[in-house]
Write a protein that binds this ligand. Sequence first.
Ligand code: NDP
Length: 361
Amino acid sequence: MERVFVDINNLKEFTSDVFQKLGVKKEFADITADVLVSADRRGIGSHGVQRLKRYVNDIKNGRILPNNGPQILKETPVSLLVDGQAGLGQVIGYLTMEKVIEKAKKSGMCFATVKNSNHYGIAAYYSMMAIPHNFIGISLTNAAPLVMPTFGKDMVFGTNPLSIAVPTENETPFVLDMATSTVPRGKLEVYRRMGKKIPKTWATDEHGNPTDDPDRVLKNLLERKGGGLLPLGGAEEEDGSHKGYGLAVVVDILSGILSGGAYGLYVYKEKHPNVCHFFGAINPEIFIPLEELKKNMDDYIRMLKNAPKRAGKDRIYIHGEKEYEKEQEHKEKVSVLKVVYEEMLNIAKEAGCEVELKVIG
Ligand code: NDP
């Protein structure tokens, strides 16, 4: 599909302006734009500016109350219970993680569980906020129910991603950032667009049987006819389906249940979706000297990358490495799908946006 290049700063300014024209205060609009553009820079287009329309619609229909920030309901030296007050997920995530890091500087670690927020985009944005402080960062979120439990027929919980970021000395930081379903919904959309069949470990039909037809799954998801995405591992125990299922439930427990918010089928049930998150920052120095952690992380990463390779494979990656390389490549400009670019221009025109989004190649 045709793509166009845009300047990173122009894209951020443009995206922020769209939010500001919808009445979002500049600070919050800038945070949200930065999270979205970061996803594009990291090569996760499915969670980048392509989602602008969805956030704009949710602000217009009152699902998101975009000028609400995080409200602390309960606080100890190592914890926060936060009400997201139906604010923008990116703003609630960013400001909560900022506070978590600030508290970890004093207490060695801090964890926050957040209720009543919205879709926050890529989980790694928040875990990675800990890296410049030389802390380990953790970020989890629940999501709209699209995934079924092992041996289930209908969807009960979300693609519930988790991200853990760990600092290194010279190697690329370790950044695991993954949905706990085999794939997120966006990947089925990509396959449908390309007219390709999907592997049978990704999703089921309305009867709960594995299928290779992405169109059928996506239609069923939309019409809530049954079936849905499979947990990480696929449909069967022998492929480890129950492990992905377990990870997704853990995410729901730490974010949804522990915050007193929504979990499983209750997420996106009411007008305000009540998406819940969990964040953490750990100062490694409460266990070992920072230098030792960083030295051993580098050593471990080299051990993994230098391990013997399977025939036909010449490289072993570390989690976050491919995304880091894309980020370096996209320091100044990034490409977006032409259809996404055109959709953004329409959104901007409707919102009365003043910043022009220019194609630079
Ligand atoms: P991927 O399957 O693309 O990647 C999962 C992880 O594995 C990443 O850390 C990735 O790092 C790493 N990885 C990929 N290939 C290799 C390899 N060969 N060796 C080692 N590591 C590898 O991610 P998902 O499709 O599961 O998720 C995509 C994004 O969607 C994430 O950012 C997630 O947070 C977001 N998401 C958000 C949701 C929400 O509701 N807010 C819901 C679901 C997902 P790298 O890419 O650097 O290789």
